[in-house]
Ligand binder design. Sequence first.
Ligand SMILES: *Cc1c(COP(=O)(O)O)cnc(C)c1O
Length: 368
Amino acid sequence: MGDCHFATARLTVRLGAIAANYRHFVALCPGVEVAAAVKADAYGLGAAGVTPTLAAAGCSTFFVARLEEGIALRPLRPDARIFLLDGVRQGTETAVIAHRLIPALNSLAEVSLWSAAAASRGETLDCAVHFDTGMNRLGLPAYEQPVLAAQGKHRLRHLNVVLWMSHLACAEDSESPMNALQRDRFRELLAQLPPACASLCASAGALLGREYHFDLVRPGIGLYGGNPSICLPNPFSVVAVLTGKILQVRRVDSGESVGYGATFRATRPTVLATVGLGYADGLMRVIGNKGRGAITGVSAPIVGRVSMDLATLDVTNVPASALQVGADVEFLGDTISLEEFASLAGTASYEVLTSLGHRLPRHYEPAA
Ligand SMILES: *Cc1c(COP(=O)(O)O)cnc(C)c1O
């Protein structure tokens, strides 16, 4: 959204930090192509807002989940390679081809479908082939893999495989034995297949080291400032800054309650600030009486329930000079990390980002 300096609540997206995070992956993975996962509207930050920055930093390959996401991205990045993680289904072939999207084929049935689409047009169509090496979610299951290995020449004769891919289930935990197991299964598969570019890693996998990188990594969360690893300090810069403005400040006596359900009761004379940010903006209701905001870096607990448009903070310890109506309160940013917010909300950084409300104006802070 354009001019939103007056906005009560807003999401500031630091484009300079996205570029720096992209470059961090490039430095971590020398000689390896760094693509970007921009599914779910770039994890809620806005694909139209962030893809020009990624492209300027050197990214020319993007991954989306849904066909609609690929169609929306195509005019924004006319020259980019766009992979569709959902693959292709009966009836979607024409749209996939028209928008020059590359499906990740997830089963032998999808290989046949895409191959038939190619044959009926007398063309060779690009594709990725996704192998399931232990996640048991999407991709050719183990029992279909030998068929492709043995009959690949025939089954893929109308197709141009530009990427063999798989996905790690436990990469956030560098100690998990699943990582090496899946990597080795992927290597064994590649040895039986015609040579093509190969990709195993999302953000967390990229942190596991060279033997996981293959030819292309496809990070998402790290680009957007989340910590992909549960073992390491976060090497990525803060991208998403969620703020709301103070709408009202009041004093209450000891014994007064706050908000719906009167779930908080003051035990001392208390200064309260009511802030224009609520669960409709992504400040999840579950962090009522648990989370915090920060005013000029000073922490203030959220008291009472978060409502749709508002949250109330105990600002007794915040210097009065910082408590002006219209002052910004941070709920995510340099003081409050995605990981802190996610842990209080009982979820992951990914869901915090994708839960940011539609109505929040996104302000894209240009790279310096
Ligand atoms: C979402 C996704 C990614 C990006 O994952 P992050 O953990 O956000 O880096 C990469 N590959 C696949 C298959 C995905 O679904």
